[in-house]
Design a protein around this ligand. Structure first.
Ligand SMILES: *Cc1c(COP(=O)(O)O)cnc(C)c1O
Length: 385
């Protein structure tokens, strides 16, 4: 027997850690850019599982491949060779410009791997990260995550210094003989969809080359077409030493990866790092199907086009509380002069799911398959608030 909303919430209150602030709906099913709650109410989803469902919810090709693979092989561990890992690695090298991949299961785990690799490769201990950066909640990833509220109760963390984002001089002066690497997002996601100036990453790359510091690009949120490129690094043309990705990698199935340049990757030798579930046959099948859908449906280009359309429509909104609209592809932020909580609640009532980040930035990261009509509806709902 299916539970109703209240019954579900009661069990959460009794049995589940109270670590999340959840929206007051229980989602039952989803398809494309639409999700349906347990009461049968439908919503246009501009959150997409936090920039995860780039190909849309329950894409038939991914569902089919997960079913097929589940009947063949789900998991055997990395004590053996798995065909799907080999096929996926070659695909990832092709779309990312990186040489080697280490498979894991989440963004934070990819960041942990990146930090460990940078320490081993450099023989140094400290990291430089940026203000408002978000890299995950495990201890290593948290040590380079900026928000005081996330960090404070868990200190001491690993040594890190924070410099303002989009400020190359600050990076130059923060580098010391103990600096193992610099980690940053090509566009800050949780920090409020912050887009750096066009030449920022190029200059960062030059500084890192110049000072012999490893550059880790965290593409966990920006990967797999989200910003109108396969990976956001392409906007600047740079190649990092180490790259992390996760969120949209498996088409909704949990999957992450840490990728590196050959000379850096060579520093990890047998036994240096591992993950029981990393790169399971099932996860790799989902990721392969996901990449295939993105290619076949030309979703990278679509992200670029629909992102431009959304930004243009948002600019037509005549609201005095809108401070700035910024975006690359379908990673769009609308900064408000007020907290966005109430707008998120109103939009939800009217059938649109939105996410608020940094308290006053409405973040739009819908499936890349979202239609113009759906985006029109989203904007008209905002117009009516
Ligand atoms: C979401 C996110 C992470 C953490 O990913 P999890 O899968 O939640 O561990 C790390 N880095 C960035 C840039 C992210 O957006």
């Amino acid at each position: 027997m299916a539970l109703n909303y209240d019954e579900i919430v009661r069990k959460y209150e009794k049995y589940i850690f109270q670590t999340y602030t959840r929206q007051p709906i229980a989602i039952k099913s989803a398809k494309g850019a639409l999700v349906t709650d347990v009461d049968g109410k439908e919503y246009i989803d501009c959150v997409a599982g936090i920039a995860v469902n780039n190909v849309g919810h329950c894409h038939p090709a991914i569902v089919e491949e997960i079913k097929r693979q589940a009947e063949q092989l789900i998991h055997v561990s990395n004590l053996y060779y798995i065909e799907n890992q080999a096929l996926l690695a070659e695909e990832l090298a092709g779309i990312s410009g990186m040489d080697r991949v280490f498979y894991c299961n989440s963004g934070a785990e990819a960041v942990e791997g990146a930090l460990k690799l940078a320490r081993k490769a450099s023989g140094k201990k400290e990291f430089i990260a940026t203000e408002h950066a978000f890299h995950g909640r495990t201890r290593g990833a948290l040590s380079v995550t900026h928000k005081e509220k996330y960090r404070k109760p868990f200190e001491p963390l690993a040594p890190a210094v924070f410099v303002p984002y989009n400020d190359t001089e600050a990076i130059r002066s923060a580098i010391t003989e103990n600096t193992a690497g610099l980690i940053l997002e090509p566009i800050q996601g949780e920090g409020g969809v912050i887009i750096p100036s066009d030449d920022y990453l190029k200059e960062v790359r030059e500084i890192c080359d110049d000072k012999d510091v490893l550059l880790i690009l965290d593409e966990v949120q920006t990967g797999f077409g989200r910003t109108g490129k396969w990976f956001a690094r392409e906007h600047s043309g740079i190649i990092p030493d180490i790259m992390t990705t996760a969120k949209a990698m498996g088409g909704g199935f949990p999957m992450g990866a840490m990728l590196a340049h050959e000379d850096v990757a060579a520093n990890f030798v047998r036994g240096d790092h591992a993950s029981t579930f990393g790169g399971s046959a099932l996860a790799c099948a989902a990721a392969l199907a996901n990449i295939d859908v993105i290619k076949k449906e030309k979703l990278v280009k679509r992200s670029h086009d629909m992102g431009n359309y959304l930004v243009q429509k948002l600019h037509e909104l005549n609201k005095d509380y809108i401070l700035e609209i910024r975006g690359k592809g379908l990673m769009v932020g609308m900064e408000l002069s007020i907290k966005c909580e109430d707008i998120v609640a109103d939009a939800r009532e009217k059938g649109v799911l939105l996410n608020c980040t940094s308290e006053s930035v409405l973040r739009f990261v819908p499936p890349l398959t979202i239609t113009k009509q759906q985006l029109d509806t989203v904007v008209s709902v905002l117009n009516g608030i």
